[in-house]
Design a binder for this molecule. Structure first.
Ligand code: CA2
Length: 157
């Protein structure tokens, strides 16, 4: 089996489902984790799903992921808009990075329009609620499949 996909969640996402359902939906982060696990399994992938309110902890997890994960999906939450440290850590990875946001950050306040994470990501999915995490897993599975096809020996027939 491929190395796990690391799914990182930033500050306050542990509060999902408890407040502001009109913006972030009614699902809890545990619900999203369960849905991601099921979707990953359909692709023959496993996940390592984590949340932290601490910037340095997220940086350490990204550093530790080097050589141990097949891809990273990240919703850095508010750190998206502030953290050069998370960007620098992501830039050290040599696996696909997909950025996810529950809300459409471009329809919201100006300060949410800029993402540091985006500079390290293959792409960003935003505005589709928790479904965005599943879309990110589908994208990761497709990218890993493409990479495998490109490196496997040509069929002799
Ligand atoms: O839309 C997203 O996924 C965000 O990353 C969520 C962040 C926000 O700072 C970003 O601009 C966009 C905020 C996460 C806070 O989550 C809460 C969950 C429940 C209640 C209150 C906040």
């Amino acid at each position: 089996m491929a190395l796990p996909v690391l799914i990182l969640n930033g500050p306050n996402l542990n509060m999902l489902g408890l407040r502001q359902p009109e913006i972030y939906g009614r699902e809890t982060l545990a619900d999203i984790e369960a849905a991601c696990r099921a979707r990953a399994a359909r692709h023959g992938l496993s996940i390592d799903f984590r949340q932290s309110n601490v910037e340095g902890e997220l940086v350490s997890w990204i550093q530790e992921a080097r050589g141990r994960v097949s891809a990273v999906i990240i919703n850095a939450a508010a750190f998206t808009h502030t953290s050069v440290a998370i960007l620098d850590a992501l830039l050290l990875l040599d696996v696909p990075v997909v950025e996810v946001h529950l809300s459409n950050i471009h329809r919201r306040e100006q300060f949410r329009h800029h993402s540091y994470v985006a500079r390290a990501a293959q792409g960003m999915i935003c505005g589709f609620g928790s479904r965005g995490y599943l879309m990110a897993l589908d994208a990761v599975a497709a990218m890993l499949q493409d990479a495998e096809t490109a490196t496997s020996p040509m069929d002799a027939h």
